[in-house]
Design a protein around this ligand. Structure first.
Ligand SMILES: Cc1ncc(COP(=O)(O)O)c(C=O)c1O
Length: 398
């Protein structure tokens, strides 16, 4: 049979990261590609104890649950959000299958095919896949070390009238950048003036290397959920474990209600057992202490990779030391195509993500994203050596 795929999916590109991850399954391959947390830091024992507790509570734990998610976990998350000056009630929150699903559902209820979405340049790769699936045009505003440049965003809004802004203002993926408070306020005001909702995606905000560095979310700066412009989403993937596939979104209750309707059609609800385990975990386990522990370790791993790269004295390779998150964003020599470099690097046994994957259009090809959280010690050292060797050979050849 000849299958005729819908026009929305026939244009879809597979995620470069997922494709690379397939290539990197071999034991000898050192991967700086995925945004993977350190496995040895997963709170395995605490998750096991929480799961035991849930199962001993009875068979009801295995029943269907609410589309909006397990109420006790929503209440606990409302408290955690309030500690960050984000005040919501459970009706203004929905639990999702990772924050990836929150992005997809929000985009689905806030846009029509053919609409335009404004993003930062560069931006999270899998958000671009969501926009493509929903038939959206993507326009990207220039950004610098302080985040999106408001004047460029303003120009694009005037020219293209985008329906919404998607942003990762704190420790962005791929760049690790943090928007300054001034930029946050300017962008918020700009979007509100233009009646543009914002999806504020914040998976990395908790992973800060200096506890004194606190960045207000766009949601907290706006200070209102009902009829507000900001829809905030976050996840347990980076702070507990991605396999639990648990994220959440907060915002105006009518939009969250609409998201719940779409979610009913998509999957009825996310894993109720995982949500109960997380709820139990939040009762008996010091999650904030755990977040401090992983942040400290990730900060050390970032320094480790930064020092190793610095010691190589690489010509025309630059990066900014991130203050949190999971990635180093490298600018490679002018004219170098990081996709071609990747092929050479994979032969040497190291993988990374070429920066071009993070651009909706006009990619800056001489960029690369390196994850520093998954590996440590000898593997990081060997991976950096392989990367530098590949870079040396590649630049000598071209
Ligand atoms: C910026 C950003 N948003 C969303 C996600 C999705 O995370 P999850 O669906 O695991 O919560 C990721 C994962 O790496 C990410 O980097």
């Amino acid at each position: 049979m000849n299958y005729r795929f819908s026009s929305r999916v026939s244009q879809l590109k597979s995620s470069a990261v997922r494709d690379i991850l397939k290539l990197t399954q071999g034991k000898d391959m050192i991967s700086f590609a995925g945004g993977l947390p350190a496995e040895e830091l997963f709170p395995v024992q605490a998750i096991r104890e929480a799961a035991d507790h849930v199962f001993t509570a009875g068979t009801g734990a295995l029943q269907y649950g609410l589309t909006e998610g397990y109420m006790p976990l929503r209440e606990q998350l409302c408290e955690r959000m309030a500690a960050k000056q984000m005040h919501v009630n459970p009706e203004q929150m929905i639990l999702t299958t990772g924050s990836q699903q929150a992005i997809d559902l929000l985009v689905g209820v806030l846009t029509e095919p053919g609409d335009t979405v404004l993003v930062e340049k560069p931006t999270y790769l899998a958000s671009l896949q969501v926009f493509a699936l929903h038939g959206l045009k993507v326009i990207a505003a220039e950004s610098d070390e302080d985040g999106i440049i408001p004047e460029d965003a303003e120009r694009l809004i005037r020219e293209h009238r985008p329906k919404l802004l998607y942003a990762v203002p704190t420790f962005g993926n791929p760049t690790g950048r943090v928007w300054s408070v001034e930029r946050r306020k300017k962008l918020l005001a700009l979007c509100k003036q233009n009646e543009m909702p914002i999806i504020e995606d914040d998976p990395y905000g908790d992973i800060t290397f200096d506890e004194c560095d606190q960045y207000p979310t766009l949601f907290s700066l706006e200070g209102q959920a009902e009829r507000g412009a900001v829809f905030y989403t976050s996840t347990f993937s980076k702070t507990v474990a991605p396999a639990l596939r648990s994220g959440w979104a907060i915002g105006d209750s009518s939009v969250i209600g609409m998201v719940a309707k779409v979610k009913q059609a998509a999957d009825l609800h996310s894993s109720a057992i995982d949500q109960q385990i997380l709820s139990q975990l939040l009762k008996g386990f010091d999650l904030d202490g755990h977040i401090r522990l992983i942040s400290k370790s990730y900060g050390e791993r970032m320094i480790e990779m930064h020092e190793l790269l610095k010691r190589q004295g690489l010509q025309d390779v630059s990066w900014v030391k991130p203050k949190g998150g999971m990635f180093l964003w490298l600018e490679l020599p002018d004219g170098l195509d990081a996709e071609a470099l990747l092929r050479c690097a994979v032969q040497k046994g190291v993988a990374f993500v070429p920066g071009s994957s993070f651009y909706a259009e006009h990619p800056q090809r001489n960029t690369a994203r390196l994850n520093y959280t998954y590996n440590t010690g000898a593997r990081t050292k060997q991976g950096v050596e392989r990367f530098v060797e590949a870079l040396g050979e590649f630049t000598a050849r071209s």
